[in-house]
Unconditional design. Structure first.
Length: 342
């Protein structure tokens, strides 16, 4: 029995030493969880999410990676760390048998003069035992106009040369009009309700590229399709003469909310060829107000259309559709209309 135990512990010692010995063979393979990392559109100066990949030691001995290096280290766009150690160069990374190292990557793109999205590329070199593997990195950069805690206090026009990114609450003051031209894209942060005390005029056009877009500022997957990415647009009692034409409003918490009667014209909000989609709560919520809509689509919202407290409404060719998915379970009516306050 004693001899058997001695042989057992001796065998375990040999196996342990074998796994801890350094593998230096030039044929030793490594596994990689991906060959490339791609980032969806990243706004300049704003920074990106962090993505990662694994370097896997598939051998039965410890292996040493001599270097993990960002090839474009001097550009300062992509940033990397390996198991918490920052780059752009990390050397002598040991990976135990059957274990892996984690490489984390993000980027911050400096502003340029480009108006259209542009491609940014780099790569990571991994070297071990005389071998080399390249991981390709890519992202689309987009310059934008950033507005933090914005207040519109005089008549203002926005054009489509660059997107607008709203950070923090955004307010259109009383007796003030914000006019938005066709093709303009407005990306809204999670902390940025759009409060309209005056007038909002969003006039898109028929071509798909000429539609005006309101959506959240997270363009990376899967967040680009999440409802409740931003609070929504709220028209107060003092707001009047608002208009959406060929406009998409997507991924809000409550996409469009109106309160109070029109004080200047016939309707507080007029909509033509408008799509309201994927709001977590209400697509259109109106309390004792007035809306005229032509060719309106409200789709996949938690509560597509809610009207309460009376008011004046004219809907012509309106489609209201809802399908449950992993993010929204439709337990409420697609349409709720009541003379009492909801």
């Amino acid at each position: 029995m004693g001899r058997f135990l001695w042989l057992f512990f001796f065998s375990m010692f040999i196996i342990s030493c074998s796994k801890d010995s350094l593998l230096t063979s030039s044929d030793a393979p490594l596994g990689f969880s991906t060959d490339s990392l791609h980032f969806d559109t990243v706004f300049t100066t704003a920074g990106s999410i962090t993505k990662s990949f694994r370097i896997i030691n598939t051998n039965d001995q410890r292996i040493r990676i001599s270097s993990i290096r960002l090839a474009g280290a001097n550009t300062g766009v992509f940033r990397m760390n390996v198991n918490g150690e920052p780059g752009p160069l990390v050397e002598d990374v040991d990976i135990a048998a059957g274990d892996s190292a984690h490489v984390f990557v993000n980027l911050r793109i400096p502003a340029t003069t480009e108006t259209l999205p542009f491609l940014v590329r780099d790569s990571i070199s991994i070297q071990w035992n005389g071998q080399e593997k390249w991981i390709q990195l890519g992202a689309y950069g987009q310059n934008a106009r950033y507005i933090r805690n914005g207040i519109i206090s005089s008549n203002t026009s926005w054009d489509n040369s660059l997107p607008y990114v709203l950070i923090g609450p955004f307010t259109i003051e009383e007796n003030t009009t914000l006019s938005i031209s066709k093709g303009t894209r407005i990306y809204v942060h999670a902390d940025a309700p759009i409060l309209v005390k005056g007038s909002l005029q969003a006039e898109g056009d028929t071509a798909q590229t000429d539609r005006i877009i309101f959506t959240g500022d997270r363009l990376d997957q899967p967040y680009a399709g999440f409802p409740a990415s931003w609070p929504g647009i709220y028209f107060t009692n003092t707001s009047h003469t608002n208009r959406f034409v060929y406009t998409n409003i997507r991924n809000a918490y409550q996409a469009v909310v109106l309160e109070g009667r029109e004080t200047v014209g016939e309707y507080k909000l007029e909509m033509d060829q408008v799509i309201i989609d994927n709001a977590f709560d209400a697509g259109l919520l109106s309390i004792n107000s007035s809306v005229r809509a032509n060719n309106l689509l409200i789709s996949n919202c938690g509560k597509n259309l809610q009207i309460g407290g009376g008011g004046k409404y004219n809907f012509n060719h309106a489609t209201l559709a809802a399908y449950s998915n992993n993010l929204i379970v439709h337990k409420d009516p697609v349409v709720l209309i009541s003379n009492s306050v909801l």
